[in-house]
Design a protein around this ligand. Structure first.
Ligand SMILES: [Zn+2]
Ligand SMILES: [Zn+2]
Length: 99
Protein backbone atom coordinates (compact mmCIF):
# COMPACT_ATOMS: atom_id res chain seq x y z
CA UNK A 1 0.00 0.00 0.00
CA UNK A 2 1.54 3.27 -1.01
CA UNK A 3 0.80 6.52 0.73
CA UNK A 4 -0.95 9.24 -1.19
CA UNK A 5 -0.52 12.89 -0.48
CA UNK A 6 -3.73 14.85 -0.13
CA UNK A 7 -4.22 17.85 -2.45
CA UNK A 8 -3.76 20.13 0.58
CA UNK A 9 -0.40 18.60 1.41
CA UNK A 10 0.73 18.81 -2.19
CA UNK A 11 -0.30 22.46 -2.37
CA UNK A 12 1.60 23.22 0.82
CA UNK A 13 4.71 21.56 -0.57
CA UNK A 14 4.28 23.38 -3.88
CA UNK A 15 4.06 26.74 -2.12
CA UNK A 16 7.16 25.92 -0.10
CA UNK A 17 8.95 25.01 -3.31
CA UNK A 18 7.80 28.33 -4.78
CA UNK A 19 6.75 26.55 -7.94
CA UNK A 20 10.21 25.27 -8.56
CA UNK A 21 11.64 21.78 -8.85
CA UNK A 22 13.14 20.72 -5.52
CA UNK A 23 15.70 18.35 -6.96
CA UNK A 24 19.16 19.23 -5.68
CA UNK A 25 21.03 16.14 -6.81
CA UNK A 26 24.32 17.31 -8.24
CA UNK A 27 24.63 14.23 -10.41
CA UNK A 28 21.13 14.53 -11.80
CA UNK A 29 21.44 14.49 -15.57
CA UNK A 30 17.96 15.84 -16.18
CA UNK A 31 18.54 18.92 -14.08
CA UNK A 32 17.51 22.30 -15.40
CA UNK A 33 20.24 24.85 -14.70
CA UNK A 34 20.74 28.45 -15.61
CA UNK A 35 23.83 30.66 -15.37
CA UNK A 36 21.97 32.57 -12.66
CA UNK A 37 21.44 29.60 -10.34
CA UNK A 38 24.96 28.37 -10.96
CA UNK A 39 26.40 31.78 -10.12
CA UNK A 40 24.52 31.73 -6.85
CA UNK A 41 25.92 28.32 -6.04
CA UNK A 42 22.39 27.00 -6.06
CA UNK A 43 22.40 23.27 -6.80
CA UNK A 44 18.67 23.15 -7.22
CA UNK A 45 17.00 22.48 -10.54
CA UNK A 46 15.93 25.75 -12.15
CA UNK A 47 12.70 24.53 -13.71
CA UNK A 48 9.59 26.33 -12.57
CA UNK A 49 5.92 25.68 -13.23
CA UNK A 50 2.40 26.57 -12.20
CA UNK A 51 0.34 24.61 -9.73
CA UNK A 52 -2.17 23.75 -12.44
CA UNK A 53 0.55 22.00 -14.43
CA UNK A 54 0.77 19.07 -12.02
CA UNK A 55 1.19 15.86 -13.99
CA UNK A 56 2.22 17.79 -17.10
CA UNK A 57 5.36 19.47 -15.86
CA UNK A 58 5.76 18.38 -12.26
CA UNK A 59 4.75 15.76 -9.74
CA UNK A 60 4.81 15.35 -5.98
CA UNK A 61 7.07 12.63 -4.68
CA UNK A 62 7.70 11.34 -1.17
CA UNK A 63 11.18 12.15 0.11
CA UNK A 64 11.09 8.99 2.16
CA UNK A 65 8.62 6.45 0.74
CA UNK A 66 8.27 4.94 4.21
CA UNK A 67 7.71 8.33 5.84
CA UNK A 68 4.51 10.18 6.69
CA UNK A 69 2.23 11.76 4.08
CA UNK A 70 3.06 15.28 5.20
CA UNK A 71 4.28 18.27 3.21
CA UNK A 72 7.68 17.95 4.92
CA UNK A 73 8.01 14.55 3.32
CA UNK A 74 6.65 15.74 0.00
CA UNK A 75 9.04 16.83 -2.70
CA UNK A 76 8.09 18.77 -5.82
CA UNK A 77 9.95 17.53 -8.88
CA UNK A 78 9.83 18.41 -12.54
CA UNK A 79 9.04 15.40 -14.71
CA UNK A 80 12.57 15.28 -16.08
CA UNK A 81 14.13 14.99 -12.63
CA UNK A 82 11.46 12.54 -11.48
CA UNK A 83 12.22 10.28 -14.43
CA UNK A 84 15.92 10.55 -13.74
CA UNK A 85 15.30 9.34 -10.20
CA UNK A 86 13.12 6.50 -11.42
CA UNK A 87 15.99 5.19 -13.46
CA UNK A 88 18.39 5.32 -10.54
CA UNK A 89 16.20 4.00 -7.76
CA UNK A 90 14.76 0.53 -7.60
CA UNK A 91 11.39 0.40 -9.31
CA UNK A 92 10.00 -1.65 -6.44
CA UNK A 93 7.21 0.68 -5.43
CA UNK A 94 6.19 1.74 -8.91
CA UNK A 95 2.96 0.69 -10.52
CA UNK A 96 1.37 -0.61 -7.36
CA UNK A 97 -0.88 2.35 -6.69
CA UNK A 98 -3.88 0.99 -8.53
CA UNK A 99 -4.23 -2.44 -6.98
ZN1 LIG B 1 17.37 17.08 -11.03
ZN1 LIG C 1 14.04 19.35 -11.95
Amino acid sequence: MSKRFTPEVIKEAFLRAKGRCECTLLNCKAHGRTPLTLAKGDPRCARTFFFTEQGEKWIARPVDPAGPATSANCMILCLQCAQERDEETAPADRGKTGS
